[in-house]
Design a protein around this ligand. Structure first.
Ligand SMILES: Cc1cc2nc3c(=O)[nH]c(=O)nc-3n(C[C@H](O)[C@H](O)[C@H](O)COP(=O)(O)OP(=O)(O)OC[C@H]3O[C@@H](n4cnc5c(N)ncnc54)[C@H](O)[C@@H]3O)c2cc1C
Length: 385
């Protein structure tokens, strides 16, 4: 049985573990702490237009060398397995990568998403058209204003929304949204209306739904809790390697040996990339690229681009071959049994329409490749990643 060690307890690491176990591997997941997954707003963006993604040469999904049908087949398998696994942990989701809806956040602003928690799904803005919507406010809570949210729903999305305050007297003085987490949803007086709740309440009535969050996010926290079960809580400090293989991962008081390793350590929040004068990958010094070019060779040009648009920095990251082996700066594959997945990969909009699609699909495939240990790396020519 192949032993697979997954580094990272976010959505990418979770999908890698699901896939590797499904393919018969003995999987261990190690995670230092919650990363970006625990902060997501509550709507998973998977992919908007596969054909458009395949035209982007550095996009991690385009680099897999699959056609649109191949990607669609893998997305179907990954997302249905993920939804099934999360359902077993009591977290039910609706939607799929082929469907896309618009959901309002606590400020009434709309965000697109493909897969959403069951508690968010009834708030799809199209489905609210023609309905009256009571937006629940809690006067004791200082950092949320239901009247403004209702106004935004009306003005921006044409939803017939109105605010209704429900007092919760036992909240602490100066209460915040976080003080509502885990409380039973209060019932409004208004009848015959859909009910929009700030996120975090439980036991919603049948006509209630949760708005999307801004960090800290109860949607992210629930997801992180569900996917963390079974992970070993520790930080990997170093990886032991031979000439072309990783053989072990060392934590402070334990060494994990495995046949294959999946690096799903996230971006800056997770710890998979380290910001500095030049962004680097801390565990193995893997190549970090911007638009296919190693960042170390860009000098001050990237800083100039970042000055013009802070989002440029978010397109940095590791680059992989068709089998998700991460590349060195010179475009070669350093380790044949190492796979990379998730937000540590560059070449796409981290906060954009593949925010969860890249971690889910690359995690899923990295887990499969790691379990099978099939094929030699598809190394591109040195110097032309
Ligand atoms: C504020 C915010 C809101 C977002 N909202 C959305 C959204 O609404 N919809 C959407 O589609 N996308 C959203 N995104 C993007 C999405 O959340 C991320 O792309 C995704 O969660 C990344 O998952 P990941 O598993 O790759 O990384 P992470 O979730 O960051 O996981 C990385 C893991 O690696 C672990 N790790 C790192 N180094 C080590 C080490 N040395 N040893 C052990 N463990 C280690 C970390 O502790 C962590 O567990 C949002 C991102 C942010 C920051």
């Amino acid at each position: 049985m192949t032993r697979v060690l997954v580094l990272g307890g976010g959505i990418a690491g979770y999908c890698a573990a699901l896939a590797a176990r499904r393919d018969g591997a003995d999987v261990t997941v190690v995670a230092r702490a919650p990363g970006a997954t625990a902060l997501y707003a509550g709507g998973m963006e998977i992919v908007d237009d596969i054909a458009a993604v395949l035209r982007l040469p550095h996009h991690p999904l385009a680099r897999l060398g699959m056609d649109a049908v191949g990607l669609a087949t893998e997305l179907d398998a990954a997302i249905s397995t993920l939804q099934l696994a999360l359902g077993k942990e009591g977290l039910r989701f609706q939607g799929g990568w082929r469907s896309r809806g618009l959901y309002a956040d606590i400020h009434g602003l709309a965000h697109a998403a493909n897969v959403v928690p069951e508690s968010v799904a009834p708030g799809e803005l199209g489905a609210l058209s023609g309905k009256r919507v009571a937006v629940i406010g809690v006067p004791e809570v200082g950092d949320y204003d239901a009247a403004s949210t209702a106004q935004a729903l009306k003005e921006l999305h044409g939803v017939e929304a109105f605010a209704e305050d429900v007092s919760i007297p036992d909240l602490p003085e100066g209460a915040a949204l976080t003080d509502l987490y885990g409380r039973r949803a209060p019932s409004p007086r208004a009848r015959g209306a859909a009910i929009a709740y700030p996120p975090g309440f439980v036991n919603l009535p049948p006509d209630g739904f949760e708005l999307l969050a801004s960090p800290p996010s109860p949607h992210g926290w629930r997801l992180q809790q569900a996917i963390s079960l079974g992970a070993v809580a520790t930080e990997i400090k170093a990886l032991e390697t031979t000439r072309d293989r990783v053989i072990a991962a060392r934590a402070a008081s334990r060494t994990f040996r495995a046949d294959a390793f999946v690096l799903a350590t996230g971006r800056h929040i997770g710890g998979g990339l380290r910001a500095g004068r030049v962004t680097s990958e801390p565990l193995l010094g893997l190549g970090v690229f911007y638009e296919g070019v190693p960042v170390a060779s860009l000098g001050t040009r990237l800083h100039h681009l970042e000055y013009l648009d802070a989002g440029e920095e978010m397109r940095l990251g590791a680059m992989t071959d068709k089998r998700l082996h991460p590349l060195n700066e010179d475009g070669t594959v350093p380790y044949m049994n190492l796979y990379a997945a998730g937000a540590m990969l560059g070449g796409y909009e981290y906060g954009g329409d593949s925010g969860f699609g890249v971690p889910i699909l690359t995690g899923w495939l990295a887990g499969r490749f790691a379990a099978k240990q099939d094929g030699a790396p598809q190394a591109p020519r040195a110097g032309s990643p």
